[in-house]
Structures are given as C-alpha cells and as structure tokens.
Design a binder for this molecule. Sequence first.
Ligand SMILES: *Cc1c(COP(=O)(O)O)cnc(C)c1O
Length: 375
Amino acid sequence: MGGTDEPDRQSRDETLAGAILTIDLDAIRGNYRLLSKAAAPARAAAVVKADAYGLGVAKVAPALMAEGCRTFFVALASEGLELRDLLGPEPEIHVLNGLPPSAERATAQAGVIPVLNSQPQLTAWRDAARLFGRRLPASLHVDTGMSRLGVSIEEARQIAADPSAMNGIDLVLILGHLACAEDAGNPANAAQLARFEAVRALFPGVRASLANSSGIFLGSRYRFDMVRPGAALFGVNPTPGQRNPMAGVVQLEAKVVQTRRLQPGDTVGYGQSFRAERVVEVTTISVGYGDGWPRTAAAAAFFQATRLPFLGRVSMDSIVIDISGLPQGALKPGALVELIGEHQTVDDVGAAGGTIGYEVLTRLGRRPFRRYLAT
Ligand SMILES: *Cc1c(COP(=O)(O)O)cnc(C)c1O
C-alpha cells in the first residue's frame, strides 16, 4: 500500500476521469455523532449495505468505527463477510437478509449475525449450532407491516412459547422495520409501534431495534435499545418537508468537455427535444446516466452560484447545459461544474428524477473518480 507513486496514480486517475465524486468522511462521522446524540440513551448502529449506499464501505465503515460505532448492518451475507475482513473481530455485524441456504458454515466462521427472517432460517441455524457443536448468535426480525422480511407476529408467539425453538442459539436482538417512517403523520407508524411493543414483550431481556434514519425522529418511543440509520449518515434528509438536520456528504462535479454557440433552430441531443429560439451558449459536460445520473432527472448544474439548466436529454456519457448566465470564457475545457453539493442535494436530484435520494446515492458508484475527505 502507499508507495511513492500512489499520489501520482491518484492525480492521473483524476485527470482522466469525466467526473469527480467527493465523499466527506468527516461529515459522515459528524452525522453519526448527531444521530447518536438524538437517539440516546439508545445506541446507534450504522447500516452500510450496498457498499455503504454506494459510497465505498472500505472507507466508510472504518471511519464510523473510529467514531465509536460498534454495531453494523449489511443486507447480504457476502457483504457481512467482506465487512468482517475489513473491520476485524470486534464489531457486531448483522445481516438483514438473513441466512441464505447453505451459507451456515461461512456465516458462523465469520462470526456475523444472521437476522433470521423465517421459520426455515431459524431451523437451519439451530441445526447448524448442533452440527458445529457450539452456540450461535442470531437476531430475529418480526414483520409488523411490510410483508417483506421477518416472521409473522403469530410465528413470533410460537417461537417465544417453544422452549426448544432457540436451542443452541443466543438471541441478541429483536428487530422490526417501519414502512412509512419518513411520513411522520402517517398512522401506520403508531400501529407498527404498538405491534412491535407487543412482540418485544414476548422476549424479555433481549435488546430491541425498530427505527431506521427517519424512525429516530418519530420520538423516543421508537428508539428502543438500538437505532439503525443508513441514509441519514450519508446526508439524505430523514425528515422530508422539514429542514435537513444532516450535513451534506457527497459532491459530484462534472468536467466541461466543449463549449459552443447555438443559433436559432439548432437542436440538442437525442430526439432533438430542445430547439434554440435564440442564440444560446452551451457546454457539454462529462456525466450521463452511465455515471448513475438518473436519465429522467432534468435538473441543472451550478458554477459557483449560477444555475446552468440542462438542455435536451441526458445521454449515457454527457449532458448539454445552458451557460448563457456566465461571463464569456468562464468555463474552459476541464473546468468543473457542480451537479450534487451545496446548490443541489441528493434529495433534489431524486425528486427531479422521480426517485429518492437513496437511489441516486447507490447508483453513483463506479465511474466517477472518488475523492475522500478526512482530517
Ligand atoms: C436499509 C435498512 C435500514 C436503514 O434505513 P435508512 O432509511 O437508510 O436509515 C434499517 N433497517 C433495515 C431493516 C433496512 O433494510
């Protein structure tokens, strides 16, 4: 690792890239601190599934560890094993999608905790404990209104009433998940809370966790022993319609490729969906849906504080923007314009593209050059 050519390699990649994705690890740590404070006395875990929402789990998870986080959630067993290799033996790692068939040995060896979601998963884990001759840890997800993952409330009752159901298993956490947490006024929240409280009472002495990012802001009754924020750590607003309490984490900047002047009647892009009615100064920037930018998000770029609207369709590798609002020559080839950042948040881009900030983040992944900020 490192070596003297590392900085050169880095700057070369940055030179060749079409876009720069800057990920502020200090801001992620600050968001973790803020959520921990908001959740106290409950503990804050961190959800780092899908490569930490596309931002790079290899950088994000150690930063959260350094901030004191000791419990992590991922979605897949493969992500759990990767995270164990990354973080070492200390932190608790839960796998939300549970135990895939035939994954018992790998899961047990890595010391990751499957979130058991169904009777077959529970049976397989119990059998594994007997076969391996040792006790195995597990969480139990109880479905209280999503019909996605988890045993039913009736199944939870049967499990709690059957002294042999957990033979060889150390139950470490009872988990529920809210379907409508970002909509604070939705009566589904209180209904799920009441069901979860009843479920929790079936397993006295076992820690409980219900809230995702938005759930933390529904009030102290939703926080139980542990909260499970993901998106809010990465700057997505957990309280839509209200001021975002989280710090922004990502900045996406695109490079200017070329600049031209449109004459009246000139058209832009596939389908010629934009036609100039006057002279327009335009620039082509090096980001498109191949970089994860939603094709349907007809938004704007920003240069300093000036808004530069998109013209025509988003292509795979490029977007044409109107730079008439800038002084002549302000954007040279290679200059950077902002697509996500101070002037346009991931939530704004999600709204413009008919999706959510979560999807925007997780799709930004591979192509832009990633720059990590950390002190
Ligand atoms: C993804 C997920 C979370 C995190 O949700 P955010 O809304 O990103 O905070 C928490 N719990 C479960 C079960 C999840 O699937």
